[in-house]
Design a protein around this ligand. Structure first.
Ligand code: NAP
Length: 205
């Protein structure tokens, strides 16, 4: 869901986009990437200047291993993954929390990549079109590399996120908070019966 939505939105914005998948033939026959090019994880990694990790959380690290360390070296990796355990239904529990996060694990396993955690606090349709939610609302970025965060902020702006809606949580350890928010996110989903919502952080002016 997320990969398809982000890829097609970026393509519509004029970016050159390819989609990585485990089984190119199978994904092609399912029409997974629409008109976009489907490649192996490794070939997609070699192609991209910016890598967007939209794999499921349980396999996020193994998918990046398939992309390959050399294809990630020096690149901005926008990590959209959540370490959700849905085995007991909703709301999920997290497979990593409190003292670590999936974002940090990605950064640790691929130290030469420039990992930025963002967008995981909203549903994929809101990620690529924040105007679905009326009024002001917030989105977060966390990562150790300031230039990488600037690249991600530029993508957020292209998706329609106003500059003042973006809250910088500092280093990649900020991924802990946004990942742990997913518990409340799914509780809000259960309360509202829709994923069309977001939070707005308000402060005195
Ligand atoms: N859905 C949302 O609105 C939303 C919101 C915030 C965050 N997220 C997070 O964004 C990520 C993607 O969400 P999604 O709903 O699009 O997830 P998904 O459909 O469950 O998984 C996305 C991709 O993960 C890859 N994958 C699955 N098993 C794999 C394995 N064993 N090895 C390597 N790759 C594997 C698959 O690639 P192939 O089958 O193509 O090989 C699949 O297309 C998740 O981490 C999710 O928690 C989602």
């Amino acid at each position: 869901m997320v990969g398809r939505a982000i890829a097609s939105r970026l393509s519509g914005l004029g970016h050159e986009v390819v989609v990585g998948t485990r089984d190119v033939e199978k994904s092609h026959s399912r029409g997974d990437a629409g008109d976009l090019r489907l490649l192996t994880f490794a070939d997609a990694g070699a192609f991209g200047d910016v890598i967007i990790n939209a794999t499921n959380g349980a396999n996020a690290l193994s998918a990046l291993n398939a992309v390959g360390e050399k294809n990630l070296a020096g690149k901005v990796v926008l990590d959209l993954t959540l370490p959700l355990d849905l085995s007991s239904g909703l709301p999920p529990t997290l497979t990593v929390a409190n003292t670590d996060s999936l974002g940090e694990q990605v950064q640790r396993d691929f130290p030469s990549a420039r990992v930025v955690k963002s967008l995981t606090t909203v549903y994929f349709e809101v990620m690529i079109d924040p105007s679905r939610i009326p009024g002001e609302h917030s989105i977060f970025v966390a990562g150790d590399d300031a230039d990488a965060k600037a690249v991600v902020r530029s993508l957020l702006a292209q998706f329609g996120w106003p500059e003042n809606s973006v809250i910088d949580l500092g280093g990649i350890a900020g991924a802990r908070g946004v990942e742990m928010y997913s518990r409340l996110f799914f509780e809000l989903y259960q309360a509202f019966g829709t994923f069309d919502f977001n939070i707005n952080v308000v402060r005195p002016r």
